[in-house]
Design a binder for this molecule. Structure first.
Ligand SMILES: [Zn+2]
Ligand SMILES: [Zn+2]
Length: 267
């Protein structure tokens, strides 16, 4: 058992509040700081299935990457998703804490974890000024197709698989990535002298503009991986960090997929 307050203090040292983006809403969302915690469930998102799974495990706290309330919520009516989730958490004594933008680019954070899982070394920042995004190199350069196949094995399985734009035979050595929705980093990625840029949630127009530009300048290939899968890997790193610190608390990574898509039809 540990007081929620001592867990929160440690969360804030791993994922500093000073790194939270202006628009973000990380931190403690539901809970009493003086309550006792013995079981914590780690999840990318807080959904009703995750809450219910946490209750079944007898958990007292959900540690999520995505904040439960990111945009304005003006009602907790239980016929709304947010309202029913909040009510479920409170009725079942489940606290909720989120570490979002403050966990993205810190050492052993979400993007670094993804980079290491994909075999990248000599890690640096994609944007040296803001210290955001990750750049790394493969010790053994490989073809784009083989790299994509290896990535598909490392990432948790999702309906969409992963999507790639580029010559499958192209040699990949230097890779940039932003775990989560990273299309605002496409311009930086283009200028970073990469062989490949990886992110999630890429839309038609930004992707097409990027691909067209790369034809003129021999810019990087592009890979779109599922947002949930990209960020889920970090939960195991956080679990390890927290288990090392709090021996009397059990930290359980939820293996429930919170990817919104559950099947695809191939053409
Ligand atoms: Zn995300
Ligand atoms: Zn993220």
């Amino acid at each position: 058992m540990e007081k929620l307050s001592s867990l929160v203090n440690h969360f804030n040292s791993l994922w500093p509040e000073s790194e939270i983006a202006d628009w973000d809403r990380s931190g403690l969302m539901i809970g009493d700081l003086s309550s006792e915690v013995h079981t914590v469930v780690l999840s990318v998102d807080v959904t009703i299935d995750v809450l219910s799974h946490a209750k079944d495990l007898g958990a007292n706290l959900i540690l999520s990457h995505h904040p439960m309330f990111l945009r304005g919520t003006h009602t907790l009516r239980e016929d709304t998703a947010k309202g029913s989730e909040a009510a479920f958490a409170i009725k079942n004594d489940l606290a909720v804490f989120s570490a979002h933008t403050n966990a993205d680019f810190v050492p052993n954070g979400v993007s670094q974890t993804l980079a290491k899982a994909l075999g990248l070394g000599s890690l640096g920042f994609l944007d040296a000024e803001t210290k955001q995004g990750v750049i790394g190199t493969l010790e053994k350069p490989t073809s784009l197709l083989d790299f994509a196949r290896a990535a598909a094995k490392v990432l948790p399985s999702v309906a969409q698989g992963l999507r790639v734009a580029g010559d499958p035979n192209r040699t990949i050595a230097k890779v940039g990535l932003v775990a989560g929705a990273g299309d605002s980093y496409l311009n930086l990625a283009h200028e970073a002298n990469l062989d490949l840029f990886i992110t999630s949630d890429l839309r038609h127009h930004p992707s097409q503009d990027f691909v067209e530009q790369t034809k003129l300048t021999n810019g990087p290939a592009l890979m779109d991986i599922a947002h949930w899968a990209a960020e889920w890997l970090w939960l195991e790193v956080a679990q390890q960090q927290l288990s090392d610190k709090f021996e009397s608390v059990s930290f359980i990574v939820s293996d429930l997929s919170t990817d919104p898509w559950n099947f695809v039809v191939m053409q």
